[in-house]
Design a protein around this ligand. Structure first.
Ligand code: 5GP
Ligand code: MN
Length: 336
């Protein structure tokens, strides 16, 4: 394991650095990555952010977004950057399976691997770890890494603050989940003092929907919502054809699961979506109900207790049937 003083001495001279984050990056993945990027370029490093896949249009306004390389669009170039890197920062994920084909490239690379993450059960591939499951976002841990670990708070600037605020805001459900502690609010206040325009960030992320997205949301709620009162569970499922019909792009399905969870008495909500190669599940729960346990045990996934995901190789209909049969095992907890 690298000590923080070894990291400081590495960062004292210009290095080739890659920052990567989980596939289908969300606000925290992109916010923490571009926040760290904005810090490292100030030190004169040669830095690249490489995402495994594309990400939602409502994150494309983030500072330095145009410098991001998407692996699926530039696989050879990405592979070369990973192979030549001296340091690879792994943000907002802790298992190499979460970065698809990039995972194997990172595993075999000679670079130092630095994990900054807040997910359960980290895989053992790293040389340094700033990790805490109680952190509300990876962005919180990036802030701590720069300010507390490296002691370099003087280099915090508006770009870093804007990116990290975006990560805190999106992963904490706009500062409303239990993970949004008073320390997170203090951090957010500091980021606002550094220039993060909280009102503008909120608008750019949440009030930036396409017409398609809103009409699709209406369709999901009116026609596709199934409520299983006997399990305090709500399910929204959508087919490939429906995604095509509404011309759904990356990001358009974000957050739809939360509408199902917002129904009075519902403890568990599932958004089940038929993708080209597999069926993807997004689960959300309230209180101490372990959505991640269901994803891990039955759907090749995992995540946080109240926000988890996974996938199935079965067809949509069979996946929904399997999900419903799993609920029987959790009935007591769901009815508590
Ligand atoms: P979402 O439902 O937004 O896709 O994912 C919610 C959370 O569940 C993510 O932040 C991530 O922690 C976790 N998650 C989603 N999909 C997967 C998956 O396929 N594998 C694992 N291990 N975690 C996932
Ligand atoms: Mn996160």
């Amino acid at each position: 394991m690298l000590s923080i003083s070894e990291i400081k001495s590495l960062l004292a001279t210009p290095q080739k650095i890659v920052i990567t984050t989980h596939h289908k990056p969300d606000g925290d993945a992109m916010g923490s990555s571009l926040g760290l990027y904005a810090y490292l370029i100030q030190l004169g490093h040669h830095v690249k952010v490489i995402t495994p896949t594309d990400y939602p249009y409502f994150l494309h306004w983030l500072p330095n977004n145009s410098d991001v390389i998407i692996y699926t669009e530039q696989p050879e170039h990405s592979a070369q950057l990973v192979a030549e890197a001296a340091m690879i920062f792994c943000l907002d994920f802790n298992s190499l399976t979460r970065i698809n084909e990039l995972g194997e490239l990172v595993r075999v690379s000679n670079a130092y691997k630095l994990m900054i993450d807040h997910h359960l059960e980290p895989e053992d591939f790293d040389d340094y770890r700033h990790w805490s499951i109680s952190a509300c976002a990876a962005a919180q841990l990036v802030y701590e890494f720069i300010v507390d670990e490296l002691g370099d708070g003087v280099r915090m600037n508006k770009d870093i603050a804007t990116c990290l605020y975006t990560g805190l805001m999106t992963d904490s459900g706009s500062f409303r989940f239990p993970s949004a502690t008073s320390a997170v609010y203090r951090m957010a206040a500091d980021l606002i003092d550094l220039g993060a325009e909280h009102w503008k960030i909120h608008q750019l992320v949440y009030d930036n929907a396409t017409e398609n997205r809103l009409r699709f949301l209406g369709h999901c709620i009116s026609n596709k919502l199934e409520i299983l009162r006997e399990f305090n569970t709500a399910i929204i499922s959508v087919t490939k054809e429906e995604l095509n019909q509404y011309n759904i792009a990356t990001g358009d399905t974000e957050g739809i699961v939360n509408y199902a969870l917002s129904i009075n008495g519902i403890r568990l909500a599932a958004f089940i979506i038929e993708r080209t190669d597999k069926v993807k599940l997004s689960l959300r729960s309230t209180g101490d109900f372990p959505a991640n346990e269901i994803c891990k045990k039955y759907f090749n996934g995992g995540g946080h207790r109240n926000a988890a995901g996974g996938f199935s190789d079965k067809n949509l209909e069979d996946t929904i049937a399997q999900f419903k049969s799993v609920l029987i095992e959790y009935k007591t907890q769901l009815l508590q």
